[in-house]
Write a protein that binds this ligand. Structure first.
Ligand code: BV8
Length: 228
């Protein structure tokens, strides 16, 4: 299963491609890069500081909670991969969340290479608790950087029975290609999204808000499991 910004939209977390998808006049894609960080560290640190602080003002929604219920039902038969860097899946109760693009609530020290939970600002360049050097960046995968855990993800995609894509535009790679790997592995594929995504060659595609589509689909699945 893959989720994107659309599953958090109804919690009030802006998606990347919302019509006004700009931040301080910048396109997120132009700020979420190593080059932008090298060119203007303060701008990029502020971009993530604001989004990290905003987490305290949002709550998981019915779609996040339905996926946590599904995990309780399926256990290790469910792998939840998210492109999102928010913590709403965890706060809804999901235990095994694979953040392929990293997390807002983590920092990465470029001096000693440790990754640590992080809640505060990074724009004030705090010292790394490990090595004391002020070299912390958000532990987030930027454009041009390799997403986390791709080997595990590929193994899961080629061996799963069902691949479900929820709330993603299918624009950003390699996540946008996951449906193709799943199909190549013989899996059924389902899209639950507000609109048909650009990479959508899913076997089944349902349009609507995640807080309606996801609980309904989880109920359908668990009822089918129960009567099987
Ligand atoms: C890599 C973390 C290589 C940061 C993110 C040309 C062709 C193909 C690829 C490329 C290319 N040029 C460049 C590339 C590579 C690039 C890429 O794909 N670029 C795109 C722009 C073309 N990809 C990369 O750079 C990736 N790395 O390729 O590495 C490599 C190889 C070897 C060694 C080293 C490196 C890394 C990409 C990761 C970037 N980081 N996030 C941050 O968050 O700040 S990406 C970011 O945008 C998100 O994390 C997310 O993954 C991505 C896409 O966003 P979505 O989640 O899909 O959200 P979006 O707004 O787009 O869509 C929301 C959807 O929800 C919509 O469809 C909407 O209809 C729907 N929706 C809205 N409301 C609701 C809803 N659905 C349901 N209910 C609702 N209520």
């Amino acid at each position: 299963m893959l989720t994107g910004a659309g599953i958090s939209a109804e919690s009030g977390v802006p998606t990347f491609r919302d019509s006004d998808g700009l931040w301080e006049g910048h396109r997120p894609e132009d700020v979420a890069t190593p080059e932008a960080f090298d060119a203007d560290r303060g701008l990029v640190q502020r971009f993530y500081d604001e989004r990290r602080a905003a987490l305290a003002r949002v709550e998981p929604n019915a779609a996040h909670r339905a996926l946590a219920d599904l995990e309780a039902e399926l256990g290790d038969d469910l792998l939840l991969i998210t492109q999102n860097i928010d913590d709403l899946h965890e706060r809804a109760g999901s235990q095994r969340v694979h953040h392929m693009h990293g997390e807002l609530r983590a920092a990465w020290c470029r001096a000693c290479d440790v990754r640590i939970p992080w809640e505060r600002s990074l724009a004030d360049e705090p010292p790394c608790p490990g090595c004391g050097i002020a070299g912390l960046r958000p532990d987030v995968v930027w454009f041009g950087e390799m997403p986390y855990g791709m080997d595990e993800i590929h193994r899961a995609l080629f061996s799963c029975d069902l691949f479900v894509s929820i709330g993603t535009s299918g624009v950003v790679y390699p996540a946008a290609a996951f449906v193709d790997y799943a199909i190549a592995g013989g899996s059924e594929t389902l899209e639950l999204n507000l609109e048909r995504a650009s990479n959508s060659d899913f076997h089944v595609s349902r349009q609507g808000p995640a807080t309606e589509l996801v609980p309904a689909w989880v109920a359908e699945l668990t009822t089918a499991e129960a009567t099987a």
